[in-house]
Ligand binder design. Structure first.
Ligand code: HEM
Length: 495
């Protein structure tokens, strides 16, 4: 049966790579030897070197299309989106409410909820939450101050993770956890359990992508542990009830989600109720979305920020130039970091963009075909249920699109060069109608955090950081062994 499954691409006449028995072509990912993004970068190079617009590989026994051609990428993500609306992932809202996240939702239901949630991330809403982000950036400065002792490097990922977890807990759930000062709160423990790649969870995830979805739904299969799910649902219910009863207006995502629950839409006011007839969301639905914001917005921003600070430590000229820019803008705004100030920092934007080119946190942009798709200018039809993968790291480090691709060079994103970047070669947040909904928020977290660190400390790489850098095998890539920096305090400027 396995051999027959592994003959799928040759039966279709599609160029493919010889699979290992059972593991297919992703053995290195399953055995945790390499990060998925690195493995898919190799597939990208292989098919491109053979002049193929796409090729076939096997994730275990499931066939996956790997795309190399920019025109085909455009079709999948934008032009023919109606064939590729969904992300891969098991969903059963009844048996496993947490699985009903925006990331997992399919078809019409996804479209509906996405439309309701999109106004949650407008510029106005980002400005509304800016103060919370800035306060946690001050906490990050204090934390670094406490932990930066002479001759002791700091593992920067650890601290930026605390900064991001506090922001996202505050904004998604409206809870002040302060992981920087008290890492043992019940909420954080459950969050750790939710994210923990335990063996049972790996097996459950494996089953969820291997067995047919209709069978899993019939079996009431669940990926999330019952006790973890109960904890988050109970927490969200309590927060919602408290806010509704006391008419609390807090400037966060939870407020906007409650508005959607009660009114079907968000407004720029403190209202939590209206006579609107638009279809509302249930409490389980808003809980699932709050959890998604949490999961999707924490590790992504933390890794990006840590890699950004690492590159700045390695490239002193860039670091000095960034510091000058930050200082001049901060002075303009009475020694404060403001939303408008952050938006004025052009070089900061270039640094963050270049960081995300070199270290795209997603292993690729993935879609699942939801109705048969005849690939233009070929005889191949992509069948319903087949995963299509666009390898971000392959594109971002392709010398045809980014000369000297391994070099950290923010100038690629200056006003003049930016306009020359070919569409669909740079997509750290995905692309098309299903691109990252939290883009603005994620970038803001990263930018404010980087400002806070650069303003106060001169960064240098400590020899504990292992080069050449090896990416960890967790879902969102980090650096094996950590990113160790020496921090030299150069200013007393608080945010
Ligand atoms: C630097 C930070 C971030 C990066 C690099 C990032 C990257 C991505 C990528 C690559 C995708 C898949 C897009 C696609 O399939 O085309 C995605 C989806 C998503 N992201 Fe982000 N993300 C970040 C921060 C955030 C934040 C802060 C939030 C929420 C507060 C968030 C919420 C989501 C959600 C809900 C989806 C699923 C969207 C859908 O299926 O409609 N992300 N993100």
């Amino acid at each position: 049966y396995i051999s027959w499954k592994h003959s799928y691409w040759s039966r279709k006449g599609v160029d493919s790579i010889e699979p290992d028995f059972f593991f297919g072509n992703t053995t290195a990912v399953i055995k945790r030897k390499e990060h998925r993004s690195v493995v898919f970068e190799k597939f990208y190079k292989y098919f491109k070197s053979r002049g193929q617009k796409f090729g076939g590989i096997y994730d275990l026994i499931s066939p996956v299309v790997v795309v190399t051609d920019l025109e085909l990428i455009k079709c999948v993500l934008q032009k023919d989106f109606s064939h590729f609306m969904n992300h891969f992932g098991y969903i059963n809202e009844e048996a496993d409410p947490v699985s009903g996240s925006l990331f997992n939702l399919k078809g019409g239901k996804w479209k509906n909820i996405r439309a309701k949630l999109t106004p949650t991330f407008t510029t106005g809403k980002m400005k509304m939450m800016f103060q919370t982000i800035a306060e946690y950036a001050t906490n990050l400065q204090e934390l670094l101050e406490e932990n930066n002792t002479p001759n002791n490097p700091v593992d920067i990922k650890k601290y930026v993770s605390m900064y991001n977890i506090d922001i996202i807990t505050s904004c998604a759930f409206g809870i002040e956890v302060n992981s920087m000062k008290d890492p043992d709160t019940e909420f954080l423990k459950y969050f750790e359990k939710l994210m923990e790649p335990s063996l049972t969870l790996i097996i459950r995830r494996f089953i969820s992508v291997t067995l047919p979805q209709w069978l899993l739904v019939k079996l009431k299969f669940r990926v999330t542990y019952k006790n973890i799910e109960q904890f988050f649902l109970k927490t969200v219910k309590e927060i919602v009830e408290y806010r509704e009863k006391n008419n609390v207006y807090r400037k966060d995502f939870m407020h906007l989600l409650i508005q959607i629950k009660n009114m079907g839409e968000t407004t720029d006011t403190g209202n939590l109720n209206s006579e609107s007839t638009i279809k509302h969301l249930s409490i389980n639905e808003i809980a699932a979305q709050a959890i998604t914001f949490y999961v999707a917005g924490y590790e992504t921003s933390s890794s990006t920020m840590a890699f950004g600070l690492m590159e700045l430590a390695l490239n002193i000229v860039c670091q000095e130039r960034l510091r000058e820019e930050i200082l001049s803008v901060v002075r303009k705004y009475n020694n404060k970091i403001t939303y408008d100030g952050i938006m004025e920092m052009e070089y900061l934007d270039m640094v963050v963009q270049e960081t995300m080119r070199l270290y795209p946190i997603a292993s690729g942009v993935s879609r699942v075909c939801n109705k048969p798709y005849p690939v233009p200018e070929s005889n191949v039809v992509i069948e319903t249920g087949t995963e299509v993968m666009i390898p971000l790291r392959g594109l971002h480090r392709d010398p045809e699109f980014f000369p000297d691709p391994d070099k950290f060079d923010p100038e690629r994103f200056n006003q003049e060069n930016k306009s020359r970047i070919r569409p669909y070669t740079y997509m750290p947040f995905g692309e098309g109608p299903r691109a990252c909904i939290g883009l603005r928020f994620g970038k803001l977290q990263v930018k404010v955090g980087i400002c806070a660190v650069i303003l106060k400390y001169k960064l240098a790489i400590n020899k504990k950081t292992q080069f050449p850098l090896k990416l960890s095998t967790s879902i969102i890539a980090g650096a094996v062994g950590g990113i160790w920096l020496d921090l030299e305090k150069i200013s007393d400027l608080d945010l």
